[in-house]
Design a protein around this ligand. Structure first.
Ligand code: SF4
Ligand code: SF4
Length: 454
């Protein structure tokens, strides 16, 4: 489509990128069919095509966004389903990132919204503070629920705080220490496993399972020291706080430089078991404007399922999980994995290699409503999306729900928990792929499955 940037605007690198992306969009509207928010509201401004027009106007005019435009852009999940659908290859993420940054620069949000966003961007990447906040949240959960009657974000926050008996054990004892975990038997592959922020507090058992299952199948795992950033930067980045996200990305790249360039022991891949974070690392060349090590990192980023699939092709998984007939599992592919990293087949393949019958829900391309901090900031839309996703997953008849991202696991666990009496749905365990494959090949039964089977 036509753009109307001035010559001086076109001197700005960010505008050059936006111009290139905008010119690719032919306004065909194919993307509207797979956009979760457009499906709910039916409003063009809540569709990818509509949002692209809104962002184009903001960039060309230089005007401050109105409250309505801010709401239309805030409602976007950054799920990237539109990118998967677009026949013209429009890179929507390049535009929405600029839109969010522009809102942050030019629009003054109401005090509560501003404070909540600042708090989330500060707190979530800081493991120790987040751990303390979680403990405090457990003690004050009932008070938060009361306060939630007056504020939807606080209600959403209270609902997401896991109780001690929930699947997230939140203990430091499960945490994986930095170091080298050698492959059992001959080394087939060598990977780095980056321990992130939120997941390492909510569910450290996921990375512990990843190390066990990888080493068991011939993969050496290097767990680097946590960088000063502590976070991949996705959380502030998607809140429009791009300088903060960029600073974290720079700190990470600097601290991983030696590991990425180790010629003696080169890496086959760099993994993060939260696909939302992997997707952000994959995008570092854009975040860091082409810095050389960011390109090396991006080329090495893979989902753990891809590495397991490769390993299983060389060394058959040793199935230790006893069952008379194959267990049926529902696979929930996170948006960051299917649309961000474009991975749809490897997770299913590794589950099937371990004897599971895998079923995907109807409308598998749609987001569960988690989307980073979206479930806290847009609880109404997130609630509708997660209720729909939970119904579709329950319809599969799966005995467990398996996913690849802590955000989706937390969001869906809430709907499938015994505590959720509002839904006529049986309690189901929602677990990470690493835990499922670890359990199937000799690791411990995941704690939430143990709890739900009592
Ligand atoms: S599908 Fe692609 S080209 Fe068509 S309107 Fe959507 S973004 Fe534009
Ligand atoms: S990223 Fe997701 S919610 Fe946002 S416009 Fe695209 S499909 Fe819609």
């Amino acid at each position: 489509m036509q753009t109307h940037f001035s010559e001086s605007q076109l001197q700005i690198p960010a505008i050059q990128i936006a111009d290139e992306v905008l010119r690719k969009c032919v306004h065909c509207g194919f993307c509207t069919a797979t956009c979760p928010t457009y499906r709910i509201t039916g409003d063009e401004r809540e569709s990818p095509r509509g949002r692209i027009s809104l962002i184009q106007h903001l960039l060309e005019s230089g005007e401050a966004p109105t409250a309505t435009t801010v709401a239309n852009l805030d409602h976007c999940l950054s799920c990237l389903a539109c990118e998967s659908t677009c026949p013209s290859g429009v890179s929507y993420r390049r535009l929405i990132d600029q839109g969010r940054e522009l809102i942050e620069e030019k629009y003054r949000r109401p005090l509560f919204d501003r404070s909540l966003r600042a708090l989330l961007a500060w707190l979530l990447p800081r493991r120790d503070w987040f751990r303390r906040a979680l403990i405090a949240g457990r003690w004050t959960k009932s008070a938060l629920k009361q306060a939630g009657k007056y504020s939807a974000p606080i209600k959403a926050l209270a609902e997401l705080i896991p109780s001690k008996s929930a699947n997230q054990t939140n203990t430091k004892s499960d945490a994986i220490a930095p170091g080298v975990y050698l492959a059992q038997g001959a080394e087939i592959k060598r990977v780095a496993l980056i321990i992130g922020c939120v997941q390492s507090v909510l569910a450290p058992e996921i990375d512990a399972a990843a190390v066990r299952v990888l080493t068991r199948h011939g993969c050496t795992v290097i767990v680097p020291e946590a960088s000063k950033a502590g976070c991949c930067g996705a959380l502030p980045h998607h809140l429009g706080k791009r300088p903060q996200g960029r600073e974290m990305a720079e700190l990470n790249i600097t601290s991983w430089q030696a590991m990425l360039n180790n010629k003696e022991h080169p890496l086959d891949a760099v993994l993060m078991t939260a696909s939302g974070c992997s997707s952000m690392l994959k995008d570092y060349p854009h975040v860091l404007e082409g810095a050389i090590d960011s390109k090396t990192l991006s080329s090495l980023i893979k989902d753990i399922s891809v590495i397991l699939k490769d390993l299983f092709e060389i060394k058959n998984p040793v199935i230790a999980y006893q069952t008379s007939s194959p267990k049926i599992v529902a696979w929930q592919n996170p948006c960051s994995l299917q649309h961000g990293l474009k991975e749809k087949t490897a997770p299913i393949s590794v589950l099937e290699s371990c004897g599971f019958t895998v079923r995907e829900p109807l409308d598998a391309h749609l987001c569960c409503g988690s989307a980073g901090t979206y479930n806290l900031l847009q609880p109404e839309l997130a609630g509708k999306l997660s209720a729909e996703k939970s119904c579709r997953l329950a319809e599969t008849g799966g005995e467990f729900v398996v996913s690849g991202n802590i955000g989706c696991i937390t969001q869906l666990s809430k709907n499938f928990s015994n505590e959720d009496t509002s839904q006529e749905r049986k309690a189901l365990s929602v677990i990470h792929l690493s835990q499922m494959i670890d359990w199937a090949t000799g690791g411990p039964m995941p704690e939430n499955i143990r709890q739900n089977s009592k």
